[in-house]
Design a protein around this ligand. Structure first.
Ligand code: GTP
Length: 204
């Protein structure tokens, strides 16, 4: 049985790595055997952060250097990412889930379905409550939209309920989950959504 592959993409600093850090213990507590592939421009910064976190065995984190264009390696030519995922599956034959973290990108970034079975797009309230209204392909096409940093809403003048309503409206009712990745709010719901979407047969 091969591992399910999911993507986590979104603008620079929206909280992709923070979401993965919060998800790892929740998914592991639910019996999910997982590994992570990170994509950075020219460093392995996100991979190093996860390896140092103590949340996951360091060898379960692989880094792909995306070069100048982060969405190329998750959309146009995902070869490097497929190879990194295949290597993790060879090293960990019982793997249930491979999480691909995209490099920080813009609202147009999307994942190739040759690479992932299902993908999350992360935006944050500090980026502005007009982000859903801009109807970027990431916001529209992802399987799950995460609106992160809900704790910051009062400080940046964002009406969170309205932002969530607008996000649901532009997505024609497809799932939207609000999170505070630093404190763990909403993370259980994101883990549930991942399990229901791609792991249901293994963890029912
Ligand atoms: N207040 C608050 N800060 C957060 C939250 N999630 C992430 N952050 C902070 O936002 C900053 C960016 O978070 P990252 O997880 O590095 O974001 P990223 O999307 O992985 O960033 P890149 O990989 O650079 O694109 C860090 O300083 C985090 O501590 C949140 O829910 N609330």
């Amino acid at each position: 049985m091969t591992a399910a592959r999911i993507g986590i993409g979104g603008p620079v600093g929206a909280g992709k790595t923070a979401l993965i850090e919060a998800l790892i213990p929740v998914l592991r507590a639910r019996g999910v055997d997982l590994a992570v592939v990170t994509n950075d421009l020219v460093t392995a910064e996100d991979a190093e952060r996860l390896r140092r976190s103590g949340l996951i065995e360091p060898a379960r984190v692989r880094a792909v250097e995306a070069g100048a264009c982060p969405h190329t390696v998750i959309r146009e030519d995902p070869t490097l990412n497929i190879v990194a995922g295949d290597a993790l599956e060879r090293d960990y034959p019982a793997l249930d889930l491979l999480i691909y973290e995209s490099g920080g990108d813009n609202l147009a970034s999307t994942f190739s379905l040759d690479l992932v079975d299902w993908w999350i797009f992360v935006i944050d309230v500090a980026g502005g409550d007009d982000i859903p209204r801009k109807r970027g392909p990431g916001v529209l096409r992802c399987d799950l939209l995460v609106v992160n940093k809900t704790d910051l809403a009062p400080y940046v003048g964002v009406d969170l309920d309205r932002m969530l309503d607008e996000a649901r409206a532009v997505r024609a009712g497809r799932p939207v989950i609000a999170t505070d990745a630093r404190r763990g709010a909403g993370i259980g719901a994101v883990a549930d959504a991942i399990i229901a979407a791609v792991l249901f047969d293994r963890h029912d």
